[in-house]
Design a protein around this ligand. Structure first.
Ligand SMILES: [Zn+2]
Length: 352
């Protein structure tokens, strides 16, 4: 991974984008994408669409969601503490004790998730599960009046962790899900720059995946593609808490996970596996027996249907402030997508 690419990924991560509040990260993505494609648009739901080879055929949609999970201020107590609701899915046990940014109108405000100190807990409280409703954010305000000078009800909140290296190629951050996907789309554009490809490719940084799939639903209709690939994260199972019997065997650094299942068009899937094999791109085979939990849910049934596939980067500790991934998986995912797009011709038939 080049320094320039790493810097862009860090910048994208550091630009807040909880579902429904993606505008700053979406604008950053569009600015970056504009260097590599023919046209960049945005739509009414805030989706960003970067179009390469607009006259090509067939139309292919590559989607990655630029939104992240977060929280929202719901209530401010007379003492100046903030109570909040979740944007997307959270495990309350990992939220406790975190630092967060509250994105107020006048700029970001740092807060901490307070909890009663262990010394002050009764015996029965110590073993109790934490629930989000029990948690509050402390911004150091002495009263509601003082808090209201910096934050308000409705302000979105994100984790305050930053992207850091754990080892040479393994990094941790919040919001890799799925800003790393939006980043991989940019890397794919770079790989295709100056190459002649047959299809028209619409790279879409979708919004609101973590809450309603509203972004992929509307953009799939607008893009009107024949083939679509959702690029997202999936669970690596190479850590002590994961059960391989339940999910399969997936390792960081072993390459993108190519899904097989009801949401996956067999012909798109076959072509993905064959280009991965021919170009010697490391990859992993993922069974997806139910729905994929990705934008492919909306893409597959857009208009009269889209031939969809899901390509995922293995991720540890999904939806926590410290998700972990391997940067080689990002590069290999971009290589796989670029090789796929180079292999597609207008004559291909996608009916299974
Ligand atoms: Zn997610």
């Amino acid at each position: 991974m080049s320094k320039k690419s790493l810097d862009f990924l860090k910048q994208l991560i550091n630009t807040p984008s909880p579902a429904g509040f993606e505008q700053p990260a979406a604008a950053l993505w569009r600015k970056e994408a504009a260097q590599y494609v023919d046209k960049v648009n945005a739509d009414i739901l805030g989706n960003s669409i970067a179009i390469l080879n607009p006259k090509g055929s067939p139309r292919i949609m590559l989607a990655a969601h630029v939104d992240e999970i977060g929280f929202m201020v719901q209530y401010i107590t007379d003492e100046g503490y903030l109570y909040f609701g979740p944007i997307g899915g959270h495990d309350a046990t990992v939220v406790v004790g975190q630092r967060v940014w509250i994105h107020g109108e006048k700029g970001p405000v740092l807060g901490v998730l307070g909890r009663k100190a262990i010394h002050l807990m009764k015996q029965e409280e110590r073993g109790k599960n934490v629930e989000l409703d029990d948690l509050w954010i402390d911004i150091g305000a002495a009263s509601k009046e003082e808090a209201l000078k910096r934050v308000n009800v409705g302000d979105p909140i994100t984790y305050a962790s930053t992207m850091e290296a754990l080892s040479e190629k393994v990094y941790t951050s919040h919001a890799f899900d799925d800003k790393m996907g939006a980043y991989v789309l940019i890397e794919t554009m770079k790989l295709l720059k100056g190459k002649k490809i047959k299809p028209c490719v619409c790279f879409v940084a979708t919004t609101q995946e973590e809450t309603t799939y509203a972004g992929s639903r509307s953009s799939s209709f607008g893009v009107d593609a024949t083939v679509g690939i959702a690029v997202d994260v999936s669970h690596a199972t190479d850590n002590p808490a994961s059960d391989k019997k339940k999910k399969g065997d997936f390792k960081l650094g072993d390459g993108p996970m190519i899904a097989i299942g009801a949401q996956i068009n067999p012909k798109v899937q076959k072509l993905l596996f064959s280009v991965a094999k021919n170009k010697k791109i490391p990859h992993q085979r993922e069974a997806s027996p139910w729905h994929s939990g990705t934008d492919a849910i909306a893409m597959q049934v857009a208009r009269a249907g889209m031939a969809t596939a899901v390509v995922s980067v293995p991720l540890r500790y999904m939806h926590t402030p410290n998700e972990v991934l391997h940067v080689d998986d990002l590069e290999n995912t971009a290589k796989l997508l670029a090789a796929f797009l180079e292999a597609v011709t207008p004559e291909m038939d996608w009916i299974p």
